[in-house]
Design a protein around this ligand. Structure first.
Ligand code: AMP
Length: 212
């Protein structure tokens, strides 16, 4: 199965992608993680992406499409995948449709919807494991030991682009550029809308149900 998680930053896509991928027994990736990995390795692509990420802007389509298409076409993804954070623009969605072809199209686009004031609250308190990318929230889902990941003992940090001034720009970019994709996928019949306001467990259950 080929599944996309669509929704605003802070909707919980990263947390839920793991559950959905486990449920389906497929691989998963987040385009943001692919960029951050390039940045950690100081590749040319990573350094280019940083200048956009720091402002909360989107990395240009041509660069993003090349990066994600190369992940999708790797043999590990032959059995299907869960992709989080891509596509984020109409040209990206069209490139994906074209790459998957008429017989290999997406099976589901899971649209996780959360009101804007709740997104700001979630992003402002978010901390991520530097090692395995597991997200935590200082109030709603704190780690057992402060500053340490429950899963791998890695160090937790706040992403530069989760700071308040950048968050507002990321949300604006989402509503301008990415939300229109809801209409694109609704018309193709693969979209399922999920209320992302519940607990991690409850939202995960709704997502798994929407795969049926
Ligand atoms: P995320 O971790 O999904 O919030 O992504 C972090 C940042 O990476 C975004 O604010 C963008 O700068 C960049 N990025 C991730 N995915 C995409 C995409 N599909 N298109 C363009 N830029 C992206």
């Amino acid at each position: 199965m080929k599944v996309i998680l669509l929704g605003p930053p802070g909707a919980g896509k990263g947390t839920q992608a793991a559950r959905v991928a486990d449920e389906l027994g497929v691989t998963r990736a987040a385009s943001g993680d692919l960029f951050r990995e390039n940045l950690r390795n100081e590749t040319e692509l990573g350094l280019l992406a940083k200048s956009y990420m720091d402002k909360g802007a989107l990395v240009p389509d041509d660069v993003t499409i090349r990066l994600v298409m190369s992940w999708i076409s790797a043999p590990e993804q032959d059995g299907g995948f869960v992709l989080d954070g891509f596509p984020r623009t109409l040209p990206q969605a069209e490139a994906l449709d074209g790459a998957l072809g008429p017989d290999g199209g997406l099976d589901r686009v899971l649209y996780v919807n959360v009101p804007e004031d709740e997104l700001v609250r979630r992003l402002a308190g978010r901390f991520i494991c530097r090692n395995c990318q597991t997200p935590y929230h200082q109030i709603t889902s704190p780690p057992k030991t402060e500053g340490k990941c429950d899963e791998c003992d890695g160090e937790l940090y706040q992403r530069d682009d989760d700071k308040a001034e950048v968050v507002m720009n990321r949300l604006k970019v989402y509503f301008d550029e990415t939300e229109p994709l809801v209409g694109h996928y609704r018309s193709s019949g693969v979209l399922r809308e999920i209320d992302g306001e519940g607990t991690v467990e409850a939202v995960g259950d709704l997502l798994v149900e929407a795969l049926q």
